[in-house]
Design a protein around this ligand. Sequence first.
Ligand SMILES: Cc1ncc(COP(=O)(O)O)c(C=O)c1O
Length: 373
Amino acid sequence: MTSTLLDIDEVLLMGPGPSAIYPSVYEALAAPTLGHLDAQFIGIMDAIKGQLRDLFRTKNMLTLPMSGTGSAGMETCFVNLVEQGDRVLVLINGVFGKRMADVAQRLGAAVTAVEFEWGTEVTVDRVKEELAKAPYDIVAVVHAETSTGVINPVAEIGKLVKPMGALYIVDTVTSLGGIEVSVDDWGIDAVYSGTQKCLSCPPGLSPASFSDRALEKIRGRSKTVPNWYLDLSLISSYWDGAKRSYHHTAPINMLYALHQSLTEILSEGLENAWARHRTNHEALVAGIEKLGLAMFVSPHARLPMLNAVAVPDGVDEARVRSILRNEHKIEIGAGLGSLAGKIWRVGLMGYTARPENVQRFLSALESSLRAAA
Ligand SMILES: Cc1ncc(COP(=O)(O)O)c(C=O)c1O
C-alpha cells in the first residue's frame, strides 16, 4: 500500500496559521523519540521552560507548553483560574474574544462581555468605564485578534487591571514572536499562545505562563479544577521539581520542534524578529495598495502578522483563494463570522515573514484577480 503523504503539495502558508515551518524544525521532528521520563528528555523540557520565559519576557516559574493547540492554552487559563460565580470581564472584538467568553460561561462564571466593532480595537477608555462600574475577579482580552487583523492595547489595559486586584488573562496565540509580548511589565497573570503562528512550528502545543498571583488563586481554590487533563497542579509534578512523575505522555517530538523553533527565534533576537514582521508587513501593504486594493483595518490598529485585505466589490473571493491555492500553491485565509466574504486574511507569521514570500504572493494575487474577473 502506498502512502497518500507522497502527494502532499508544498504550499506557501500565508493564511491565519499554520505558517511556514523552519527547515530545522522539520529536522527536529524527525529526531529519535526518547521516553517522556528519560533524563535527557527532562533536560530538553527544562531548556524549553527557560526559552519560553525569554520569549514571554517573564520570570514566572510556571511557564510551560501545554499539550494541545492554542485552544487548550485558553481552556487551561480559564479552567484553573475561574471558580463558579467569579465575575469575569471579557473584551471582545472578534471570534477569539467571543470564544473566551464562551469558555468562561461554561465554567459557571458571571461573564460581562463588552463588545467592540470588528475591525476596530478595544479602547482603554471603554475598559476604564467598565472597571469603574463593578468589581471583577478576572479580565480577559486577545492581544492579536486573528479574525480581524487588529492589535489590542494589552499593556495599557494591564495598567488598569492590576490596581483593581483582578487577574489578567491574555491570549497571545498570534502575537507571540511577531510583536512585543512583555508578560511581567504588562501585569499579565495568565497567558497562552500556539506553536503554529509566529513560532513556525506545526500546531500541537500551547506555550503558557502563570504569575505568582495566579498560582495563589489556584492554590486557594475551594473546589478542584473541573478538568483533569489541564489541571496545572497535577501537570506541575511532571514539568517541575527534582523528581518528575507521569501525568500524561508528553508529545515528545513536538517538544523537540518547539525547542528548535525557540532556538531559531532567540538566536535571531526578539527585537529583530519583530522588526522583520513589521518590514514585511509594510512591503505587503504597499503592494496591496499598488494593486488598487484596500486594507480593512486602520493603520494604527493593524497587526503585522495578520493582514486583513478588503475584498473588492464584485470579486468572487473564494475563487481568488482557490486559484491562489491550486495554481500558485499559496494559501490565504477567508473572513470568519460576520467578515466572511468581506476580507482575505493574509498571514506573515514567523518563517513566512520574508521578502521573497511577500513578492511571490503579490504577483500571484495580481494574476489570480485577473483570472477570476
Ligand atoms: C487569537 C487566537 N486565539 C486562539 C486560537 C485557537 O487556537 P487553536 O486553533 O490552535 O486551538 C486561535 C487560532 O487561530 C487564535 O488565532
